[in-house]
Design a protein around this ligand. Structure first.
Ligand SMILES: [Zn+2]
Length: 298
């Protein structure tokens, strides 16, 4: 009887220790991301090796976000906190400090080619294929260093994702090449596309400078209206995170029409047109190219 019991115990131990050494869930890195674009990148690059809690939801504005108590709890439990940096998430330093996670943070934008707008750094560096490759390298490198057992798989995921970026960029670059550079002018409600503009030679005029917490003055709006008339601009775009009041005023005062919605600082809902980073880039740039097309046939 005693022997039976012992062998039963051994069998149980065997089951616990040998058969299930570490299940995917147990070995998955617990990662907190600050906003949806990073959440998507971490999920793409980490696959089953990560479990992600994201803070600022889809279609929401990270500039103005107010952290919830549950955010501190998530960060306390995290193996890694990934955020954009460049002053985008002004609220996150405090959270990381309070939870003593300074040694568990990754600034995803480290090493990107920065744009400034006056005195300020433009934080929207992810709106560029060149920069997002650096985000991908930073995130993937960190995941591999934290989980070297799965390095091969994580490397393969990274290569596959970089290949998708290359294909999409190539496809969109050859489409936009049909529009002469001096016709690539767009008006948006929030100046979040400086990096995209630099990469694709598109000029973005925005009535609000850089951050949503600044209100556009009547003078700013008037000068944008003048320029739209002067340059015969037909493409006005609203963004998923900002209000449409200003652009509607501008559209009413000019010949331009609102050409659709661009996604700048957050992904759309999962059934929307910008559910992932790559879909966001495809949707945004595709919409801009269509607006240029409207211009050309005028
Ligand atoms: Zn923004």
């Amino acid at each position: 009887m005693r022997r039976l019991k012992t062998s039963f115990l051994f069998a149980l131990l065997y089951l616990l220790v040998v058969i299930r050494p570490v299940s995917a869930d147990e070995s998955a890195l617990r990662i907190v991301t600050s906003f949806t674009i990073l959440e998507d990148l971490v999920r793409e690059l980490g696959g089953e090796h990560v479990s992600v809690v994201n803070l600022v939801p889809r279609n929401s504005d990270a500039h103005m976000y107010r952290p919830k108590p549950s955010d501190s709890v998530a960060i306390s439990n995290a193996d890694l906190v990934v955020f954009n940096g460049l002053g985008f998430e002004g609220w996150i330093d405090r959270l990381i400090k309070d939870t003593r996670k300074e040694d568990k943070q990754l600034v995803a934008s480290t090493g990107v080619s920065i744009l400034t707008n006056g005195q300020e750094i433009d934080p929207h560096a992810w709106q560029s294929f060149g920069n997002i490759r650096i985000y991908v390298q930073n995130i993937s490198g960190k995941l591999i260093s934290l989980n070297p057992l799965y390095a091969d798989n994580l490397e393969a995921r990274k290569d596959e994702y970089l290949e998708k970026i290359n294909q999409l960029e190539h496809q969109l670059q050859s489409k936009i090449a049909n529009t002469p550079i001096d016709k690539r002018i767009i008006v948006t409600s929030h100046d979040a596309f400086g990096y995209l503009g630099r990469e694709l030679d598109i000029k973005f005029l925005a009535p609000i400078v850089l951050s949503l917490d600044a209100e556009a003055s009547a003078l700013d709006v008037a000068s944008v209206i003048d320029r739209i008339r002067e340059l015969h601009i037909t493409g006005l775009f609203i963004e998923n995170i900002s209000n449409t009041r200003l652009l509607k005023i501008i559209a009413a005062e000019t010949d331009a029409t609102i050409g659709g919605r661009l996604y700048s600082d957050a992904l759309s809902e999962t059934d929307g047109p910008a559910a992932t980073y790559l879909e966001m880039m495809r949707h945004n740039i595709g919409s801009l190219i269509r607006a240029f097309g409207a211009h050309q046939t005028d």
